[in-house]
Design a protein around this ligand. Structure first.
Ligand SMILES: Nc1ncnc2c1ncn2[C@@H]1O[C@H](COP(=O)(O)OP(=O)(O)OP(=O)(O)O)[C@@H](O)[C@H]1O
Length: 615
């Protein structure tokens, strides 16, 4: 470890032991030695960095100075239970950014739990039970992936805040001074023993129902009467304002209709017309640096040659973001080209309605009839999954198709893996979670769209977006946009392998397309495991991985960041084995997506179990 860390840890121990570390014999904890090389008591390292501090039942009597402790930025586990530590847990605990397990139970800690606990986004298990913590709970819902929260036998008060329930397995806040109604989310998952001993807490799963809300007191009613006159004046004002807005809106519709008529008349006289998307000129990957507003672009939407009737712009579902969005509004909004792929271009379009940004995917030369296209989009729209980005609207002419999606500002799995640098922690657990979420979502889509033969068709890391929510969950975008999969990696001999001589051509095609998705998913797994870009200027990741494994250098394959983080090699190898199954050159030998999802979830469970036995 660095000298800075050694000194900080020495000072940390001095405070834990009330300055009395001389009596601790051969504990080490002396900055003249090294915590990893010289085996300081309770310290576990991976390579040169301290990962775990485990000093339970060690008769420690001082205070926990988090500002010193968290100089050790690679700390994963802090276990100080059953000592005699006192004082507060300070806000600097959030500087231990990678902390996963925090065990402080059975001490004499007091004061409030720091609000900064919510910044420990990697936290899996926290136990602060049997202390004297008081005051309100910190807001913990941002800590996704929390498995255990134990805070029983303290003096905590206020309401039970909301948590992220997706992973929470154990929750106990019994014997505190909590009050209010327990949220139904808790009662679905935990029994009364999690809440006993809080006299002012009510509702299921506790036996005491919550009293009905009291009706407003006469004094309040009186006050209400007094304020109703004021409200009358305000509402009348609003009414007049609404009338004015309505009048202006009607005027605008009449003007637009007149314009439309003029355009249609023009269409009838000329053989084609051009509507342009106002866009910046494409100059490299990122458009942010090259915004040239108001350019008439080369990227234009050309109506069908007959030009008689342009296809309407269709809005799907009742998404508020683009409700009643007109094609005119979409086309007149400023658009930045954010990428141009094999199958078309994608634009970031800022609508005039406040704050609404959409992504418009423009597909050219897709040889599919309008009827077929519409049928396909409608089918996809009927299958909803939280990790699959829905199409909000579409436009379809003979020459090209436009699809509108909600813009996801957090980028894609590709950018997270290859463009985010060191700023963002993308550790093993998050990668495994992501692999599982994508597999579950894809298995769901495959099963629901099996009869229609609609696969994703273009599965890759840039089509896995990070959702706008606080958890940045992965989300598969552009599902089903390409009718025939066109992976370079899928060898042409595959069609023969898949053909058993009985299936119709159509079945062979759609089965191939589903199997191609599995291949695409295998490549994503390889990218998660190796941190390398697939097919990057002559580099074929799948082939490279195969050759390294043949040479029995499996550990060389993995992303060095994962190794340095102490990710379990056993489970990385397990995931690699799943990836290799997905990449089998014989399409028929690949598992289906449900089988893949089951395998990945098993690895995830294995990870959770080992997490639990970590301390
Ligand atoms: N809804 C969206 N929100 C934010 N970014 C998006 C959205 N959809 C796509 N992108 C991003 O836009 C960029 C271009 O996407 P696009 O799909 O056009 O190209 P591609 O995926 O590289 O190629 P292909 O045409 O083969 O799909 C990618 O970086 C992608 O992550």
């Amino acid at each position: 470890e660095t000298e800075e860390v050694r000194r900080a840890l020495e000072a940390f121990m001095e405070k834990l032991s009330s300055g009395d570390i001389r009596n601790r014999g051969n504990w080490g904890w002396n900055s003249a030695s090294d915590p990893c090389d010289d085996n300081w008591k309770g310290i576990e390292c991976v390579g040169d960095s301290v990962r775990k501090i485990r000093l339970k039942n060690s008769n420690l009597t001082g205070v926990l100075d988090a500002s010193l402790l968290c100089v050790t930025s690679s700390l994963f586990v802090l276990s100080l239970e059953n000592n005699n530590l006192s004082g507060e847990l300070s806000e600097e605990i959030s500087n231990c950014r990678r902390l996963r397990h925090l065990y402080l139970q059975e001490n004499n800690f007091s004061g409030k739990l720091p609000v900064t606990l919510s910044k420990l986004s990697s936290l899996k298990r926290i136990d602060v039970s049997n202390n004297k913590f008081l005051g309100q709970f910190p807001e913990m819902s941002r800590v996704t992936g929390l498995l255990t929260f134990r805070a029983q036998f303290n003096e905590l008060s206020g309401e039970v805040p909301s948590f992220d329930f997706s992973s929470l397995q154990e929750f106990n806040v019994s014997y505190n001074y909590l009050s209010g109604q327990i949220s139904p989310d808790f009662s679905k998952k935990f029994d009364a023993s999690s809440f006993f001993g809080n006299p002012a807490l009510c509702g299921l799963p506790l036996p005491n129902a919550c009293p009905n809300l009291p009706s407003p007191s006469p004094a309040i009613q009186q006050d209400h009467k007094g304020s109703s006159a004021k409200q009358y004046v305000i509402y009348t004002g609003y009414g007049i304002l609404c009338l004015i807005v309505f009048f202006l809106f009607a005027l605008r519709i009449v003007t637009i209709k007149k314009k439309k008529k003029a355009v249609q008349n023009k269409d009838k006289t000329s053989s084609s017309s051009t509507i342009s998307i106002t866009t910046s000129k494409y100059s490299g990957k990122s458009s942010e640096s090259s915004k040239i507003r108001g350019d008439r672009s080369e990227y234009s939407i050309i109506t069908s040659p007959e030009g008689a009737t342009a296809s309407p712009f269709m809005i799907l579902g009742n998404n508020q973001l683009i409700s009643e969005l007109s094609f005119e509004e979409l086309l007149s909004a400023p658009a930045d080209l954010i990428g141009r792929g094999k199958h078309g271009s994608t634009y970031k379009v800022t609508l005039s309605r406040e704050g609404v940004i959409v992504a418009v995917k423009r597909i050219k030369d897709w040889g599919i009839s309008r009827v077929e296209f519409e049928k396909r989009i409608q089918k996809i729209d009927q299958v909803k999954h939280g990790n699959v980005l829905p199409v909000l609207g579409y436009y379809c002419s003979k020459a090209e198709k436009l699809l509108v999606y909600e813009y996801q500002q957090n980028g894609s799995l590709f950018s997270l893996l290859h463009e985010s640098g060191k700023s963002e922690i993308f550790d093993w657990e998050r990668r495994l979670d992501m692999a599982a979420s994508i597999a579950d979502a894809l298995a769901f889509m495959h099963e629901r769209l099996d009869d229609e033969g609609i696969s994703h068709g273009n599965l890759k890391a840039s089509n896995i977006l990070l959702l706008n929510n606080s958890m940045n969950n992965p989300c598969i975008s552009e599902y089903g946009l390409i009718a025939v999969a066109n992976y370079d990696q899928v060898q042409s001999s595959e069609a023969e392998n898949v053909n058993d001589g009985n299936s119709s051509d159509r079945n062979i095609d759609s089965r191939n397309a589903f199997k191609a998705d599995i291949y695409g998913y295998g490549v994503i797994l390889l990218e998660l495991l190796t941190g390398k870009v697939v097919q990057n200027v002559g580099f074929d990741l799948a082939r490279w991985v195969h050759s390294v494994i043949r040479e029995e250098w499996t550990a060389e394959v993995f992303d060095q960041k994962l190794i340095a983080d102490g990710a379990s090699e056993k489970r990385m190898v397990n995931l690699l084995q799943v990836a290799l199954k997905c990449l089998d050159s014989f399409a028929d030998a690949r598992p289906n997506m449900r089988e893949v999802a089951i395998m990945i979830n098993c690895i995830k469970e294995d990870e959770a179990v080992s997490e639990g036995s970590d301390v």
